[in-house]
Design a protein around this ligand. Structure first.
Ligand SMILES: Cc1cc2nc3c(=O)[nH]c(=O)nc-3n(C[C@H](O)[C@H](O)[C@H](O)COP(=O)(O)O)c2cc1C
Length: 455
């Protein structure tokens, strides 16, 4: 079985729905990474069962216990990290009638042929296996946030009812996700689920996800692109049957003039006026929000009578669902989608950094300065990356100014910039940031003047 995902941030999920425990082994987490355990637990809680009238009645605390690789100070020690979750509310007897009768829509029949048994609770094919995925994804999400990359998902539709409010909005010059559904639509979602549940049936729906703050160019052509890697992770979530990026299938009905996202400069940054491509071109991030949607089928186990077969007796039978099941998977799948995306993106980001990394300066083992120097090195890499991007934008501005006969120096804009930087800086640091930005503005002008002289 392939229960491992990732090349640099490698996660291996183990356990079964009705085994004593489930868990995840994480390799490649940089030493010294700080994990906020309370925030991680709150993230797991969003997926945990038994928390609403519209989820399975199985009640699990879903507490992540770290048994290897994490120090008492919450920092990873650079060895593989192991986290387990105990299964405490198991009722395997509920599955006695399914031992040789596969549930239509579930993985039971092919799993029986492959492994010789139908495991209670769906075994390794249970939605419960997304809890350890959320541990790995929750950690990746926290570490991505430190790099300025934010992942958020929300329900797009349930049972054919769709959210129509925009998924992202501009706030204080930044794009932010709107994760809550509008109250009227949330109520209609609940009604759809309640009606299906009352009929002993289930409904499906769509989860949409956005990733904000990706560096332009993240993704490898042709098989390591953002779409490829996210698809691999998202299709690891049980019950996902479709995935689309940006306008997805709908883009095929547009003309090029409607589907293309026009470019423009905004505050020295290249942005697009629309985002039909969902922030990804040629498998790479174009710097706009990455938007994708995952379609979930209705929960396979239902309480209505269905036709099936008894594989042991070799005869056709009628099966009626038993046990505790989600009448709709979608609400609990929202954090799972975020987790899968976080694992894929953090793996790609670490992989790219790894590729660019210079040999580490040798520090004696146990040197108390080495961890701090690593932090400085990491900050320097980010600074350099941001500086080079800034200079690229300055070059584009120089070209624009030349074309329009404008001067390189714009005193009012410089003064406004210095004021803005001071406002965002703690008072004690203001003299230093002021000096840094004065220098930055000077070298930027030098570069622009040199470019203008060139031609
Ligand atoms: C969060 C989550 C919860 C799920 N809960 C259930 C459930 O209660 N009952 C069920 O039959 N399937 C449930 N599933 C779906 C099955 O695990 C899945 O349909 C099955 O493994 C077959 O795989 P496939 O649908 O990807 O083909 C859940 C999936 C997820 C992601």
């Amino acid at each position: 079985m392939s229960n491992t995902f990732g090349k640099t941030y490698r996660i291996t999920i183990f356990g079964e729905s009705h085994a004593p425990e489930i868990g995840v082994m994480i390799e490649g987490l940089p030493a010294g990474s700080v994990i906020d355990r309370a925030a991680l637990q709150a993230f797991l809680e969003r997926r945990a069962p038994g928390r609403s009238a519209y989820s399975t009645a199985r009640k699990e605390p879903d507490e992540a216990v770290f048994t290897e690789g994490l120090g008492a100070d919450g920092r990873s020690d650079g060895t593989p990290l192991k986290a387990v979750i105990r299964n405490t509310d198991v009722r395997s007897a509920d599955y006695d009638s399914f031992r040789s009768v596969p549930r239509p829509g579930h993985a039971d029949y092919p799993a029986y042929v492959k492994t010789g048994r139908i495991a209670p609770g769906g075994g390794k094919w249970s939605g419960r296996m997304t809890a350890p995925l959320c541990i790995a994804g929750g950690i990746a999400k926290q570490l991505l946030e430190k790099e300025g990359i934010r992942i958020a998902a929300r329900i797009r539709s349930i049972g054919g009812v769709s959210e129509t409010a925009p998924f992202t909005q501009e706030f204080d010059g930044q794009t932010v996700p709107v994760t809550a559904n509008s109250p009227l639509i949330a109520k209609r979602f609940e009604e759809k689920i309640a009606a299906a549940k009352a009929a002993g049936d289930s409904v499906g729906g769509v989860v949409e996800c956005c990733v904000i703050g990706l560096p332009v160019g993240l993704g490898d052509h042709p098989f390591g692109g953002l779409e490829n890697r996210i698809a691999e992770a998202i299709f690891g979530i049980p019950a996902v049957k479709g995935l689309e990026f940006g306008d997805g299938f709908a883009v095929s009905a547009l003309r090029g003039s409607e589907a293309n996202d026009a470019y423009r400069f905004e505050d020295g940054r290249v942005v697009t006026k629309t985002n039909h491509c969902g922030g990804v071109l040629g498998g790479m991030s174009n710097g706009m929000p990455l938007i994708f949607r995952a379609a979930f089928k209705p929960t396979p186990t239902i309480y209505k009578e269905q036709e099936s077969v008894d594989l042991a007796a070799g005869k056709n039978v009628i099966l009626k669902g038993k046990g505790r099941h989600d009448p709709c998977i979608v609400p609990r799948a929202v954090p799972v989608v975020e987790a899968a995306a976080a694992c894929a993106i953090y793996d790609m980001l670490l992989g790219e950094k790894e590729g660019k990394k210079e040999p580490a300066p040798s520090a004696p083992a146990g040197d108390p300065l080495s961890a701090l120097r690593e932090q400085i090195d990491a900050a320097d890499r980010q600074l350099l990356d941001a500086f080079l991007k800034r200079m690229d934008a300055a070059a584009a501005i120089a070209a624009h100014k030349k074309e329009n006969g404008l001067p390189v120096f714009d005193g009012a804009r410089e003064a406004a910039l210095l004021e803005k930087i001071a406002a965002c800086t703690p008072e004690a640091m203001q003299p230093y940031t002021n000096e840094l930005y004065q220098t930055l503005l000077r070298v930027s002008k030098d570069y622009q003047n040199a470019l203008l002289r060139e031609e």
